[in-house]
Design a protein around this ligand. Structure first.
Ligand SMILES: NC(=O)c1ccc[n+]([C@@H]2O[C@H](COP(=O)([O-])OP(=O)(O)OC[C@H]3O[C@@H](n4cnc5c(N)ncnc54)[C@H](OP(=O)(O)O)[C@@H]3O)[C@@H](O)[C@H]2O)c1
Length: 224
């Protein structure tokens, strides 16, 4: 399957690498696809990523990637996701599944960043409202990207990932992809408004990061 990843940072590169390993064709989107040598935040340059990942991936503009992708993944900066997805093009996202892994975090006041999610609104809902025919599924935003694509590295995968979205068929497709990543404990929280809950996990996730450091960890929902 052709999968577009809108976002060139550590998350986009990590998910893109996993998708290629699973046999998908990945079109990774960036704003300027002629600038591939600069380091991308926590990740290396896109030229280094292309060399490492091999022929299953290309780097193109957000719009070119979204036009070709059968499924779209939003791995852009959460504060700029609406801008990035508008650059991708409403017509290129229409009718498609959009997997939203972004968190709207404001780093302007230093660490830890402030989450803009509230019990009245989430980024997932803002994206769904802006792109009404796109099937937005919020998932994977509650753990770091190394854990997203390799959950079995913690307790053989005995921990939880959530899905939120309005379209049951889209959530089934996304759940199958999560299973290919190695996820087994997948909780469907309901419609896209339930993304408020997972996005509001960020303040505790970030404080755990301050306490535990850069180690793999995740939430586990224990059910009696
Ligand atoms: N780090 C993690 O492990 C983790 C875990 C869970 C969720 N997340 C979420 O995943 C997302 C990606 O995180 P990240 O650290 O990989 O990357 P990031 O630095 O948050 O975002 C990088 C991407 O955002 C684009 N971007 C930045 N400003 C923009 C603007 N004004 N307009 C349009 N696009 C813009 C960049 O475009 P260019 O390609 O042109 O540079 C790039 O593609 C974030 O929403 C983050 O909260 C991260």
């Amino acid at each position: 399957m052709k999968i577009a990843v809108i976002g060139s940072g550590i998350v986009g590169q990590t998910i893109g690498t996993k998708l290629v390993a699973l046999g998908h064709e990945v079109i990774l989107g960036t704003r300027d696809a002629s600038q591939l040598d600069e380091k991308k935040g926590w990740a290396g340059s896109l030229n280094d990523w292309l060399s490492a990942v091999g022929p299953g991936a290309t780097v193109q503009t957000f719009a070119e990637a979204a036009a070709k992708g059968e499924i779209i993944i939003n791995a852009s900066n959460g504060m700029a996701s609406l801008e990035a997805l508008h650059m991708a093009g409403i017509e290129n996202l229409a009718g498609k599944i959009l997997i939203d892994v972004a968190n709207e975090l404001d780093f302007s006041q230093g660490m830890p960043p402030k989450s803009l999610a509230a019990d009245t609104i989430s980024l997932g809902e803002k994206i769904q409202a802006a792109f009404p025919t796109t099937k937005v599924v919020k998932t994977l935003n509650t753990m770091n990207c190394a854990v997203m694509v390799n959950p079995k590295q913690i307790d053989n995968g005995n921990h939880t990932v959530f899905v939120s979205g309005n379209d049951d068929g889209a959530k089934t497709t996304v759940t199958e992809l999560l299973q290919r990543f190695g996820w087994t404990d997948i909780i469907d929280l309901g419609d896209i408004s339930s993304a408020r809950g997972t996005e509001m996990l960020m303040p505790i996730w970030l404080r755990l990061f301050g306490k535990l450091g850069n180690v793999p960890y995740n939430f586990k929902i224990a059910i009696g």
